[in-house]
Design a protein around this ligand. Sequence first.
Ligand SMILES: [Zn+2]
Length: 352
Amino acid sequence: MKQLRNNVIRAGLEALYFTGAHHLLRPIFAGVGTIFMLHHVRPRRDGKFQPNRHLEVAPEFLRAMLSHLRSRGVDIVTMDELHRRLTERDFSRRFACFTLDDGYRDNRDFALPVMREFEAPFTVYVASDFAQGSGHLWWIALEMVIAGASSIEVELGGVVTRLDTSTPAAKQAAFDRLHDWLRGLPGGDDLKREVCALCTRYGVDEAAICRELCMSWDELKSFADDPLTSIGAHSVTHCNLARQPAEVAGQEMAVSRGRIEDVVQRPVAHLAYPYGDKFAAGRREFALAQAAGFKTAVTTRPGMIFPESAGHLTALPRVSLNGNYQDRRILPVLTSGAATAMWNGFRRIDAA
Ligand SMILES: [Zn+2]
């Protein structure tokens, strides 16, 4: 199913490119700017089973996007500057922001050098438990469990189910099924418990994943000293905030900010909601982020920034640089707003 969806999206992006429709749609749907969303930036890896590949782009693709934006005279700005332009209605020049979620070490090792080539600022949203080395990157744990097993036994809805994981295609199918099942579990702790059980049963050291992939507090401290980097908050535990009681969701925002500020010794004014789709961040979370005093908060809902986004500063959409579509031809499509306009049914604001 995922593969089919990817193919449909790719076909849509290519159609927009080849028909030139993105040129026609640009004046209406390009808005005044774009917030790009990335996760990992690192060289492509070999291997047929890479279910989290959509979360990583190669440094060359990031470089291609930056160079495309520069060639079109787009300003690459900080989230503070985006906030200023939106609130002061300064739309004399188009702008783009680069944001990277979770706090991966490859952001420092591979993204920062590319951003430096263009003197382009960017924001890294840190889940404080990830920096602490105690967070749960369950989607990577799930990938490792499936990568190392030829079949998986798991209780799904009270029925013990055996999933074939002997080939790359079977692994992908099992990953999709378990990923959707885990995201659909009702309680915040259910997901953690089930993934922990899988890791124990299939010999995956879940605790090591976080330390291996994420910047520690020490590393973040020096990373934050670079004039191009800003650190934003991304909750404490990387939970689905919409599934938490309001009090807990508010604490997830405030406590993560406090911990990061203690380390980097700078105000943390910007937030990214974990998962960030409409099932993880809605009206209540937008209000909580505003009440907590964040200047902006970003979702993972696809969309461009329009002048009217100034009225929804804690519900900002982004454009994903998705590892499944690393084709230079789609760069003008992504900056035209045509793709996100299609996804949104040609609505400009989606903040409900
Ligand atoms: Zn995240």
